[in-house]
Design a protein around this ligand. Structure first.
Ligand SMILES: Nc1ncnc2c1ncn2[C@@H]1O[C@H](COP(=O)(O)OP(=O)(O)OP(=O)(O)O)[C@@H](O)[C@H]1O
Ligand SMILES: [Mg+2]
Length: 260
């Protein structure tokens, strides 16, 4: 396994949270409509990193995130999660690894409409522990407070604005203190102000709790505010490197070539 090399922010000698080696993904394998969507992906992301994943529509960003999130399996190559190969893991083991290590934010909040904001944030705890314990409730309250929604704890998602719903979803993603949050266009459905607010929350959770993020975005402004940019094109990593820190260079010009 490749440890301690290649990835920006990867501590020397540390085990990456995720490490993909030669990963490919085909849909409809062996059929006339087979689609080769990812090819030769080598990628490591270490503790506390804050990376964007960008690329044209159809380049494979969501497919890659689904593989990293153990929601789908590669057609080839190896995926190690915290150093442990995932290829031979059972579905139960994959579910457990997902709960222990990963958090998810999607473009649409996917909150359960019949549950309050607080209960939605408690749900991952229920899935892990099998009951709503006082500790799970206290943790969910603390997270709702951290996203500025203490007053909305008892409201249902339908009573909240889109930006507030997404902040609840962000709190839910953090509920089990994941090592890595996978966010697929988390601000794609929000107005600019709400998008900035939601993105700032991700950044703050990264800085304050050390949680790593991979954020898929079509917004060059937001990509420029990440530490690292991974760019996919036609299912391959075209570019991977740190974002230039120079102010006023947001967008494509803000990237630097990887130092490989
Ligand atoms: N289940 C599937 N079966 C067949 N093809 C698929 C499947 N899922 C995705 N694809 C194809 O894989 C390619 C990559 O899709 P993916 O959703 O990963 O792109 P994306 O980069 O996330 O795009 P967008 O920016 O539009 O969300 C597309 O051509 C898509 O049609
Ligand atoms: Mg997508």
């Amino acid at each position: 396994m490749k440890t301690g090399q290649a990835s920006p922010g990867q501590p020397a000698g540390g085990v990456p949270i995720v490490a993909l080696s030669g990963v490919g993904k085909r849909f409809n394998e062996g059929l006339p409509n087979e689609a080769r969507v990812l090819r030769g992906i080598d990628l490591t992301v270490g503790a506390g990193e804050f990376a964007s994943l960008i690329g044209p529509s159809g380049s494979g960003k969501s497919t890659l995130l689904n593989l990293l999130g153990l929601l789908d399996r590669p057609s080839e190559g190896e995926y190690r999660l915290k150093g442990v190969p995932t290829g031979t893991a059972s579905d139960d083991e994959r579910t457990r690894a997902r709960l222990d290590t990963l958090g998810f934010v999607f473009q649409f909040h996917h909150l359960l409409p019949e549950f309050s904001a607080l209960e939605n944030v408690m749900l991952p705890g229920l899935m892990r522990d099998g009951a709503f314990t006082p500790a799970i409730r206290a943790n969910a309250r603390e997270l709702l407070s951290a996203v500025g929604l203490s007053d909305a704890a008892d409201k249902r998602p339908g009573e909240l604005s889109g930006g507030m719903q997404q902040r609840v979803a962000i709190a839910r993603a953090l509920a089990l203190a994941p090592d890595l949050v996978l966010a697929d266009e988390p601000t794609g459905n929000l107005d600019t102000h709400s998008a900035d607010e939601a993105f700032a929350l991700l950044r703050r959770f990264n800085r304050e709790r050390g949680c790593a993020f991979i954020v898929v975005t079509h917004d060059p402004r937001l990509a420029a505010r990440c530490d690292r940019v991974i760019e996919l094109r036609d299912g391959m990593i075209e570019r991977d490197g740190p974002v230039a820190p120079t102010p006023g260079t947001a967008g494509a010009d803000a990237w630097t070539k990887p130092a490989k």
